[in-house]
Design a protein around this ligand. Sequence first.
Ligand code: FES
Ligand code: FES
Length: 189
Amino acid sequence: MESTIDIARLVVNGDRLEVGIPTHYTLLEALRYVLRLTGSKQGCDKGDCGACTVLVDGVPTLSCIMPVWEALGKRVVTVEGLATAEGPHPLQDEFDLNGAAQCGFCTPGILCSAVALLHENPAPSRDEIREALSGNLCRCTGYAKIYDAVEAAGARIREGRGGINPEGHDRTPRRHARTRRSPDDQGTR
Ligand code: FES
Ligand code: FES
């Protein structure tokens, strides 16, 4: 059966986009299969694992259970939007330095949750970090190195060394190509 496609206006990683999206798509499907932003992962696809976490108006959001239409008029930031022209986000640097990513499948979602935490509170306690990341499952690391990386990134941000507004920045408006693509056309990574 043919999908209905509507033109949606989205703000993703600071880009103002006009794009054709099947009306039944979730935000995650729109990001991955229309905009080709595959950093946000499709794990459980039912709101359990946190791999699809993105920031919507600065709030960590499970994009696999959010209809794309709910994101219209809001600012969406994905893992692809965390780095700036000056370099990686301090969290990305510290994940690297602390060995906080192993297979990396959980990492984009955890980074988005942690960006929001450090924006609110750049000096979180270990318990506050654990609580903020409690919706993001990691099968590889045992979490300790992830928490270390978040603490270290908080220290950098407190020193004024990097960080973004999790609500994103405006960049030059551009029109995105109207695209139809099925989730079956791509892998999950
Ligand atoms: S893919 Fe969204 S919560 Fe698992
Ligand atoms: S690094 Fe593999 S699931 Fe977290």
